[in-house]
Ligand binder design. Structure first.
Ligand code: GLN
Length: 282
């Protein structure tokens, strides 16, 4: 293999990625930094350095996989969420920036509660549970997932960040917490409609269906959680759920029908209603 500099490797990669990715520069930089085992800033600091043949080979492999669509986060095994570097695998959804809205609104509501007990349903990589655990060290969080493979990743993320106030449980939604009550339930459940063409595009093709889609209208998990949550909440407890950009009205209806009062809705960075927060009667 011909010796090549960091800048030439990057330039070539970005050129190839242009036709296949919406974010060719970022993808190229993240993958090259990963192949070199260095932070991204290294690429700009040392553009003239030569990569070793092993590094070049590793980069070529990563690039080939990216060119057939594999998400960058699965190629590097990592994604940042709420300033936490999280491990992700194809068993977990890749944490999205819009989900930080849920964490933000959860923290606002937790501010007034002393030792909050929180339930995270469908925790995936543990993103929401761990972000809350980190910022609310007095909280006791139970994080549930139906996928054992996802829970292994979530547990590891907890260990990596030294967060001991999250208890990870395997099971179907409320099943592992029978008879318990929480001050808050949070969830980013699957909410994409089963026939939605987006499932066959971009990163979603590689993500677990279980974490993405739920029923013909995408509402079945949201309806199940909204319909059952009050039995697991303290009086005045909160339910916060992320949902699809066009599901705001339906989710409000589901929450109101289940007896939640003061349903507040929040808009994500793209201007879509993405989060609903309802309160149980006091
Ligand atoms: N926000 C994701 C998407 O549409 C879906 C995540 C989910 O179903 N919880 O790409």
């Amino acid at each position: 293999m011909e010796p090549a500099t960091i800048s030439s490797l990057l330039q070539n990669a970005v050129k190839n990625l242009q036709a296949r990715s919406d974010t060719p520069s970022a993808d190229g930089e993240i993958l090259l930094a990963h192949a070199l085992g260095k932070p991204r800033s290294y690429l700009r600091t040392w553009p003239e350095r030569l990569a070793t043949p092993e590094q070049q080979q590793k980069f070529a492999m990563l690039l080939a996989r990216r060119l057939v669509g594999e998400p960058v986060a699965y190629l590097t095994g990592a994604r940042e969420f709420w300033s936490l570097a999280l491990k992700v695998t194809p068993a977990t959804l890749i944490p999205r920036p819009e989900t930080e809205l849920l964490v933000e609104q959860a923290l606002v509501r937790l501010a007034g509660i002393g030792l909050p007990r929180i339930l995270d349903l469908g925790t995936g990589s543990g993103a929401i549970a761990l972000a809350l655990a980190r910022h609310h060290v007095d909280s006791q969080i139970t994080a549930v997932d139906l996928s054992i493979d996802a829970l292994v990743v979530a547990r590891q993320n907890g260990v990596d960040h030294g967060l001991t106030n999250v208890d990870f449980q395997l099971g179907h939604w409320f099943e592992p917490v029978a008879g318990r009550r929480f001050h808050m339930i949070v969830s980013n459940p699957p909410y994409v409609a089963e026939q939605d063409p987006h499932l066959n595009r971009g990163d979603l093709r590689f993500e677990p269906r279980l974490a993405l889609s739920a029923g013909p209208d995408g509402l079945s998990a949201l309806a199940y959680i909204a319909g059952n949550a009050s039995a697991y909440l303290e009086p005045g407890g909160w339910l916060l759920m992320e949902h699809g950009y066009d599901q705001g009205a339906a989710v409000r209806q589901l929450m109101e029908a289940a007896g939640f009062v003061t349903v507040d809705q929040y808009v994500d960075l793209d201007g879509h209603v993405r989060l609903s927060a309802g309160r149980c009667p006091v």
